[in-house]
Design a protein around this ligand. Sequence first.
Ligand SMILES: Cc1ncc(COP(=O)(O)O)c(C=O)c1O
Length: 434
Amino acid sequence: MNKPSISERDSQIIWHPYTPMKLRPSALGIVRGEGVYLYDEQGKAYIDAVSSWWVNLHGHSHPAIAQAIFTQAQNLAHCMFAGLTHEPAVRLAERLLEISPANMRKVFYSDNGSCATEIAVKMALQAFHNRGAPRSTIVVLEGSYHGDTFGAMATSGRGLFTAPFDDKLFTVATIPVPTLDNASASLNALRAVLDTGDVAALMVEPLVQGAAGMQMHDAGVLSQLFHATQSAGAYVIVDEVMTGFGRTGTLFACEQLSAQPDMMCLSKGLTGGTLPLAVTLCSQVLYDAFYSDDVHHAFYHGHSYTANPLACAAALASLDVLLTNKCTQARQHIAAEHAKFASTIAHHPRVQHVRTCGTILAVTIKTVDGNHYLSSERDQIYHYFLNRGILLRPIGNVLYLIPPYCITDEQLHLIYETILNFLSTDSRADLAIV
Ligand SMILES: Cc1ncc(COP(=O)(O)O)c(C=O)c1O
């Protein structure tokens, strides 16, 4: 009898994220990753065009990052982070503060994006509490996504992901996304909430709302939202979990704004896509609200693997690669190629909307059943590309690319060509799942 495959063994016992298990019971068994490629059990190669949920920056199994993790593992794999510290965490904090907006002064570690945003929200609320002038409102953008834990869900758009829990989620104020078309609606809605005097923070995914379907908005209007929020004495939190580390053209999306945030959340690309790690950076003013002789003013939050040394070592190695001229040029090149390709398909009859921001390209495909996460186009797009050796993860009928920066021209153009072929394919036979 043949040995069961990883995929078969998996399907007996594993419950996968974001997966209707009865409808999609089998997961592709991956045995190896190298550069932009993932290899399955049969040895078939797939270009990881979405950087494995937007985490991978420099390709899989990057030798320098692998070496850094190995070296660190031989020295100190982990120690708790209350009352103890270590060189990789301190060095990483120093380096993050060097490259982040000038008013970022302190680094709080955690281990995933949902925690990073939830921590920022807790910090904002507690800062007002500590000062004896509590505020309770968090303002977010329509369609926002900040993660899957309860606090992160509360600050995310209500819908498919949150429906079973909606009555357990704290209320937030939601304002229109700051596109040029929506500028005054967005600003007026924000001003109306700020006028209550109860706003603790505005939290946004700056420039690109990832899970909403790579929806992009305007840097100028967003900057105005930041200024208005800060003038009202509230904090601005940028959730750069997806946009950070060069995805939007600049190192951080908020560099394209005329205002600085008070808090910044980073994860995903922080370790180059190798180990879970997150940080919430904050300003001195925010930190000072906790710096007190009163023990009740401390921030009582932490996780077992906070500032894990292996993850910090991976992040330091990833930053070394990210900050080279070679990597900057590669990012600029991807952005330019994306923009050229977008203009060639902008008027295609099957394209509803194509947009780019830095290394992100997104195409909304026209559908028969409307734009939504459960659109029937999703599976067709996924399998069409998978059959052709390209791993995508469409958000409903939005097909998007957010590739590792090491992708070559040849690989990029193969993906573009496959998109063009997909757009001209109308036979359902061609879309059959193989
Ligand atoms: C903008 C943003 N914030 C937060 C998160 C949550 O991160 P994690 O999946 O690491 O909890 C995500 C994940 O996709 C995200 O895109």
